[in-house]
Write a protein that binds this ligand. Structure first.
Ligand SMILES: Cc1cc2nc3c(=O)[nH]c(=O)nc-3n(C[C@H](O)[C@H](O)[C@H](O)COP(=O)(O)OP(=O)(O)OC[C@H]3O[C@@H](n4cnc5c(N)ncnc54)[C@H](O)[C@@H]3O)c2cc1C
Length: 476
């Protein structure tokens, strides 16, 4: 029987696209290079026996809030969220700042900046579901909640640095804010960086920053199991290099990079579209470190152990300085994003031992070694860290790109996240998933809403395919 849809790539967006199409009753097949599904949502044995590491994503606020994932019965397919006590800890020389799940508990730890934190986040937290529906889709579209989005836009359009200067004065609030802002991988003075910072903060208060029990793979496996339940199939160990590798199907959705899409379109792609995709811009890369530890990280401030996510980089001006140069060189005192899952999910390491996940921003494609600088930062806030290291695996930008073409040069967001990078992803359009070739769609994080585990690029691309080619709406 001929397929209705073939999906290239079983990352979170490919799986999400496949599920959306299968729920509409279509016959769907997914082709994936790797032997396991998940793409950047994958767990692996990267160090010693018994240690389960997340190869890509580690912490999943966008997944738990995703309007697509939320409507699917993933818990029936093995997904269980683990919520640490606090979403984020941020070690500082005089003691840590904590981003608590509760807005007012966070404010209580921020002294005179507490009321400003509440004023900034409370209206967004209150209406987070409606707001996320508009944010996690292409920006050029007419919003479903225009007034709400306009209010968000007023706060989100400036740079994260400007919001910090105009709203906060304590080192604690400024550091918490800068630690969130640095997720953008852009200098904190870049216009629009406040938007992602606000989203990450509001998610902490509205839904938490959890992770799947057992590792990120558990979410990928739940998506896969649900897809199979709906009748979809996934073929692993298959790399699609050109149209000749594709089985006949009415539509093709590509969960890969614009370059891979171009290879699939061949000379069917008009010159203008080809030029736009060839000029697709990437942000800085990352270098990642997976540790097997003999004990928990010996944080100087023991309260840091209340959070799974720890932003290591010190006071806000140091983080701003690091992120200002990370696109050009490895900073001497880098910002390091870390996760300590096993404090909350001991199943992921042998008894009493721990995993530790860390990455830092580097120039796109850089082969430089950031390990010394990263570990100096860890020692600064957790003296004796090095003595607990049993094994460490370093993953370079080139290895990440080899793992998935979406992460070109080690850019984990699948494309630069500045304003233009969000508006023209990969081309300016209200439906940027559509390509000029009938029946072919791009559905990776190189399309809106960009990087992160939420499946919304795949979901929206599938909605476009359903409407264009099958005259169908998504099944509620
Ligand atoms: C180190 C790291 C840390 C991260 N941390 C977080 C985090 O904590 N939280 C978060 O929300 N996000 C995080 N991210 C980002 C997140 O992982 C990505 O945004 C997300 O995985 C993108 O999903 P995708 O489906 O678009 O692409 P991918 O996840 O890259 O999936 C694409 C899939 O398609 C396959 N594929 C591509 N081309 C072909 C082809 N030609 N033939 C066959 N198969 C193909 C690839 O093998 C891959 O499996 C992180 C990413 C990395 C790398």
């Amino acid at each position: 029987m001929t397929l209705d849809a073939v999906i290239v790539g079983a990352g979170p967006n490919g799986l999400s696209a496949a599920i959306t199409l299968a729920r509409a009753g279509l016959r769907v097949q997914v082709l994936e290079t790797h032997g396991q599904v998940g793409g950047g949502l994958q767990s692996r044995a990267l160090t010693l026996p018994g240690f389960v590491h997340d190869y890509g994503s580690a912490i999943h606020p966008l997944a738990v809030a995703s309007p697509a994932f939320r409507q699917w019965p993933l818990h029936a397919f093995g997904l269980r969220w683990v919520h640490p006590d606090a979403p984020v800890a941020h070690p500082l020389p005089g003691g840590a700042a904590l981003l608590e799940r509760d807005l007012h508990a966070t404010a209580a730890g921020l002294g005179p900046d507490g009321p400003a934190w509440v004023r900034l986040f409370a209206p967004l937290v209150r209406e987070h579901e409606a707001l996320l529906e508009d944010i996690l889709r292409p920006l050029p579209r007419v919003p479903r909640h225009p007034l709400l989005l306009a209010r968000f836009g007023l706060r989100g359009l400036p740079s994260a640095a400007w919001i910090s200067q105009t709203h906060f004065r304590t080192p604690q609030a400024r550091a918490l804010w800068a630690g969130l802002a640095a997720h953008t991988t852009l200098p904190l003075t870049t216009p629009g960086t406040a938007a992602m910072t606000l989203v990450l903060g509001l998610l902490a208060h509205a839904v938490g920053w959890p992770f799947p029990a057992g590792g990120a793979q558990a979410l990928a496996d739940a998506l896969h199991a649900y897809l199979r339940h709906l009748g979809g199939e996934v073929h692993t160990g298959v790399t699609v290099r050109g149209p000749g590798n594709l089985p006949p199907a009415r539509v093709t959705l590509v969960d890969s990079s614009p370059r891979v899409l171009l290879a699939l379109l061949g000379d069917r792609a008009p010159a203008r579209y080809r030029a736009a995709l060839e000029g697709f811009r990437y942000g800085p890369g990352i270098q990642k470190f997976d540790y097997a530890l003999s004990g928990p990280v010996p944080w100087q401030d023991p309260r840091v152990a209340r959070a799974a996510t720890v932003h290591v980089g010190g006071p806000a001006p140091e983080i701003a300085a690091a992120e200002a140069v990370a696109a050009q060189r490895i900073p001497a005192r880098p910002y390091v994003l870390t996760a300590q899952h096993t404090l909350f999910d001991p199943s992921r390491a042998p008894a009493g031992q721990h995993t530790f996940w860390a990455y830092t921003h580097i120039p796109n494609g850089s082969a430089g070694d950031a390990q010394g600088a990263v570990e100096a930062q860890l020692e600064r806030f957790a003296p004796g860290f090095g003595e607990r290291v049993l094994a460490c695996t370093r993953t370079t930008a080139a290895q990440l790109q080899g793992f998935s073409p979406v992460f070109q040069g080690g850019d984990v967001n699948g494309g630069r996240g500045d304003l233009w990078g969000l508006l023209a992803r990969p081309v300016p359009s209200a439906t940027p998933y559509r390509t000029p070739v009938k029946g072919v769609y791009l559905c990776s994080s190189a399309t809106p809403p960009g990087g992160g585990i939420h499946g919304m690029a795949g979901y929206h691309a599938a909605l476009a395919a359903l409407k264009d080619e099958f005259r169908l709406q998504a099944t509620p």
